[in-house]
Design a protein around this ligand. Structure first.
Ligand code: CU
Length: 369
């Protein structure tokens, strides 16, 4: 894509001067020594000390300033190189020789789930120009920083189908797999560990009946929305109705909300993104909402906390026990609806104080506009 002019040898020193003038990083290096760019990783961003560097050898010094393991990858102009995972508080280096072009610098952890969370930035690498003039260089960088295309609206319509099950409190079936992940959860660890023993991620399930349909819109970090209704009859014969009309947006450590709705996320389980008491999964859509909840036609709350995802199957046919710790390769057809009381509200009058219902063979499509 980028055309390099052949450079007559007599112009080499002028070219070098032009390249060195480009950036502080370049200015700091001696001839032949790699440029140094520092990269800071944290939840959920990648910060580079330089936005633009001259082509040639470059050493990235990478610090994980976050609270979970990350890694660093540089991709573009035909190269793709990454570090090993970097533990919180640790550093690593990556030395590359970069041609002119635009590169992505991102965290590759979790099959790009961290990248989707925002751990992504760009690095422009500019080539020497025979004229060496500032005009030429600024023209180049304008071209490299081409504006993003038109904002893409992602929308999905999900319909629950197949067997409907209610999940009742019980032990999590993969406690040893979750234990090392839970160590990283800080203040939240205690509550999660009590859910390992007796929580909503159990094999204690019962068949029920119900319907669930919603539309969700993922517009990025803000302006996401959701619109949908679920109706179901629980094991005890109670009729519940849930009406979702707005998203939750506030991030909690280890529990990012992605603005409310996110499509195509790989998370839970080993990823350290959201609870490891759900196996590692891929989701077509995940969302966090506030909802109106009714029981036998009486309003229970206007601010029920709801987490919904259409995900790769975690439960087997028949008894609907959790069948895998890594379920990310399974068919995406399980629709999970988890409902908790709003902040400060009493537990629901249901086993464990929560409502957790799955539609095991669900489907999605683009909604009619
Ligand atoms: Cu990361």
């Amino acid at each position: 894509m980028t055309h390099l002019h052949a450079v007559p040898s007599r112009n080499v020193s002028a070219v070098l001067l032009a390249a060195i003038a480009l950036t502080t990083a370049a200015a700091q290096r001696g001839p032949g020594a790699p440029a140094v760019v520092s990269a800071k990783l944290s939840e959920w961003k990648v910060e580079l000390s330089e936005a633009t560097i001259a082509a040639g050898p470059v050493t990235f010094t990478i610090t994980n300033a976050g609270s979970i393991p990350h890694a660093f990858e540089v991709e573009g102009a035909g190269i793709e190189r990454e570090t090993e995972p970097i533990q919180p508080g640790s550093t690593a280096t990556l030395t590359l020789t970069l041609k002119p072009g635009t590169y992505e610098a991102y965290c590759p952890v979790g099959e790009d789930s961290h990248k989707k969370l925002g751990m992504e930035t760009h690095l422009n690498v500019v080539g020497p120009k025979s004229s060496g003039s500032a005009t030429v260089e600024s023209h180049t960088s304008e071209m490299d920083e081409s504006p993003a295309g038109p904002e893409k609206l992602q929308a999905i319509r999900v319909t629950g189908g197949g067997p409907v099950i209610q999940i009742l409190p019980g032990p999590f079936p993969f406690p040893d797999s979750a234990a090392p992940i839970l160590k990283a959860f800080g203040d939240e660890r205690e509550g999660l560990e009590s859910q390992v023993k007796n929580g909503p991620y159990s094999n204690n399930v019962t068949p029920i009946s119900g319907t669930f349909t919603f539309n969700a819109w993922d517009k990025g970090a803000t302006r996401d929305s959701v619109d949908g209704t679920a109706e179901f009859v629980t094991q005890d014969g109670a009729r519940w109705k849930l009406v979702m009309d707005r998203v939750q947006t506030k991030d909690v450590p280890h529990h990012p909300r992605f603005g409310g709705v996110i499509m195509g996320l790989y998370y839970h389980g080993v990823t350290q993104v959201h609870t490891p008491l759900v196996p590692t999964i891929n989701s077509a859509v995940a969302l966090w909402a506030f909802a109106h909840l009714y029981k036998n036609d009486a309003l229970v709350t206007d601010k029920a906390m709801v987490h919904v995802m259409l995900l790769s199957r975690t439960r087997r046919d028949g008894d609907f026990a959790l069948e895998c710790w890594n379920c990310s390769k399974n068919k995406i057809e399980e629709l999970q609806l988890q409902i908790l009381p709003g902040p400060g509200e009493p537990k629901f009058d249901a086993p464990g104080g929560f409502l957790f219902v799955n539609w095991e063979k669900s489907s999605s499509r683009k909604p009619a506009s």
